[in-house]
Design a protein around this ligand. Structure first.
Ligand code: ZN
Length: 173
């Protein structure tokens, strides 16, 4: 029999042995260690997922609405705590000391040469994937390496030891 946990983002995480669950939710990167373990076919799991999805979407309503209702011409910018800005092209990019942002990140040796893959997605905001050596935090939570997570505008993104805010600039056609 398989077991599962339900993350509060609504993701059901299935695993074979009681002790073999991952540390973080593959969908949102939250730590799931504190969540209860259920039998995979437990009928309350379905209900739980629905409830969590509801909570999650009502929590994020304001942010989500702004993502969807804005015109498509948006420029994402990673604003570093140093005041410098890294522009993210529409097709996405890799941010790092030898990639996009090389100049802006030159003073931060613990940022990886290839640190973060950033992919803007129309209507759902922006996906980021940590590909670094020392890791990335989103709003203070470490994200799972090689597991893209969706982040909202104005999320605080920490590249190892430098803080940045993901900001949107609207452009008029
Ligand atoms: Zn999750």
């Amino acid at each position: 029999m398989a077991f599962c946990k339900v993350c509060i983002c609504g993701k059901k995480i299935v695993f074979e042995r009681r002790s073999s669950f991952p540390d973080n939710c593959p969908s949102c990167g939250r730590r799931i260690i504190d969540f209860l373990i259920y039998a995979e076919d437990d009928p309350c799991v379905e209900q739980l997922m629905k409830n969590f999805v509801k909570t999650e979407s009502s929590e994020n309503t304001t942010k989500d609405v702004s993502i969807i209702s804005l015109p498509h011409k948006k420029k994402y910018v990673l604003r570093l705590s140093t005041g410098k800005e890294i522009e993210i092209p529409d097709e996405g990019c890799i941010i790092g000391r030898t990639e996009t942002g090389a100049e802006e990140l030159a003073d931060f040796p613990s940022v990886s040469r290839q640190h973060l893959r950033v992919t803007p997605r129309r209507n759902i905001g922006i996906l980021i994937e940590d590909i670094s050596t020392y890791g990335t935090l989103v709003d203070g939570q470490r994200i799972v390496k090689y597991s893209p997570v969706r982040v909202a505008e104005e999320s605080k993104i920490t590249l190892c030891d430098i803080e940045a805010v993901l900001t949107v600039k609207e452009e008029n056609d």
